[in-house]
Write a protein that binds this ligand. Structure first.
Ligand code: PLP
Length: 398
């Protein structure tokens, strides 16, 4: 008898975690590897947040808390939605989890049955389809290439909806493309959703503060408030406050859904770390200057990266408007009859790693082959060295 469940056989290990392991192994062998795979700010967590965690420990806030978060954290989450998004939620409509990832896991596992469908525009963050499959659902991925700015259009959404559709997953700014939906695009998607009241929408807004477009990023619920009754907002402190290792995310949505998600969490991890909860309260309610400061650095890194990539033959780059990723097409470098035969972006990423000591992730991991994802979260000198290695490789291939 196979010890492993059939459910798990449908699931891949996270490609970014696997890449991280490979990089560490190569470095342990003494190889010089430039890593552009990591999706995390390289800044330390701001001092006032760390101090709040220290104070919490000394004050004995080291015990179990309510599963969905302390009253103080829930109040801070509600205030955040009011302040940043103009949205009203009560404490029964929010919860805290071990990262935004667990919020998504809770939501999909709590709601999906075998045969249910989840619409996920590609390129997508690696975990959505695997969590949906783990929950037994069928993933309907819609390729959204550079011709639509890597964004889902209303017509494509309309065509993908069936009576079994339970969720649409929207992520703006998007990992891996850096695409940001604008008002008219979200309004058009909202109109479609209004015609299909059985479809819920999961808005993953984890990069909401890391935006470089002139206008404030559009919000589906501001444009189509009626959807609040079937929308889950996913967010967290990892990216905005340089707190990836604290593992603290939160969600907001209808009370019935949040109650079910809390029940699931009560049987998996219980409450998220009590000390990290106190830190998250300080992050969400304290001085917000660090958020804009980090975003300013990411804008400079984006500009540096895009400028360097534009100099590289064979790449086609769309300028990202948010998050800290760029997703150039490498299609022109692929093929069996080039200087070095290159079947796909997976082979290209392997070539970069083994041949040039540069770690990137192939578009296949994100549901859109023919591209690579580069993170520009690392420090500028790392980005410069990474782009130099990439340029060398591309020159050899053209
Ligand atoms: N959503 C997106 C689009 C992400 O890129 C990530 C992390 O990379 C997450 C959610 C989860 O972040 P965390 O679990 O650290 O809050």
């Amino acid at each position: 008898m196979n010890i492993l469940s059939q459910r798990l056989s449908a699931v891949r290990s996270s490609p970014s975690s696997m890449a991280g392991q490979k990089i560490r192994a190569l470095r342990a062998e003494g190889r010089d590897i430039v890593g552009l795979t990591l999706g995390e700010p390289d800044f330390p967590t701001p001092g006032h947040i760390v101090e709040a965690a220290e104070r919490a420990m000394r004050a004995g806030q080291t015990r179990y808390t309510d599963v969905g978060g302390t009253p103080a954290l829930k109040a801070a989450i509600c205030r955040k939605f009011e302040r940043d998004n103009g949205l009203a939620y009560s404490s029964e409509q929010v919860m805290a989890s071990n990262g935004g990832k667990q919020v998504i896991f809770n939501a999909l596992v709590a709601t999906l049955d075998p045969g249910d469908e989840v619409i996920i525009p590609a390129p997508y963050w690696v975990s959505y389809p695997d969590i949906a499959r783990l929950a037994g659902a069928r993933v309907v991925d819609i390729p959204c290439g550079s011709e639509t700015g890597f964004k889902l259009t209303a017509a494509r959404l309309e065509a993908a909806i069936t009576p079994r559709t339970k969720w649409l997953v929207l992520n703006s700014p998007c990992n891996p493309s850096g695409a940001v939906y604008h008002d008219d695009e979200l309004s058009a998607l909202g109109e479609v959703l209004q015609r299909h009241p059985h479809v819920w929408v999961l808005c993953d807004d984890i990069y909401e503060h890391i935006v470089f477009c002139t206008q404030k990023p559009a919000s589906l619920l501001r444009l189509v408030p009626e959807l609040q009754a079937r929308c889950l907002l996913v967010n967290g402190v990892s990216k905005a406050y340089a707190m990836t290792g604290w593992r603290m995310g939160f969600g907001a949505g209808p009370a019935e859904l949040l109650k079910a998600m809390t029940k699931l969490q009560s049987q998996s991890t219980s409450n998220p770390n009590a000390i990290a909860q106190a830190a998250a309260v300080a992050a969400l309610t304290g001085d917000q200057a660090c958020v804009a400061e980090f975003a300013g650095h990411f804008r400079q890194r984006r500009d540096l990266m895009v400028e360097a990539l534009r100099e590289i033959p064979g790449l086609s780059v769309q300028v990202p408007e948010g998050a800290f990723y760029v997703f150039p097409s490498v299609q022109a470098l692929l093929g069996e009859d080039g200087a070095v035969p290159m079947r796909d972006a997976i082979a290209f990423a392997d070539y970069l790693l083994t041949g040039k000591g540069l770690a990137v992730l192939p578009g296949e991991a994100y549901g859109l082959p023919g591209h690579i994802r580069l993170s520009y979260a690392p420090a500028p000198e790392v980005l410069r060295e990474g782009c130099a290695r990439l340029k060398q490789a591309c020159i050899e291939l053209t």
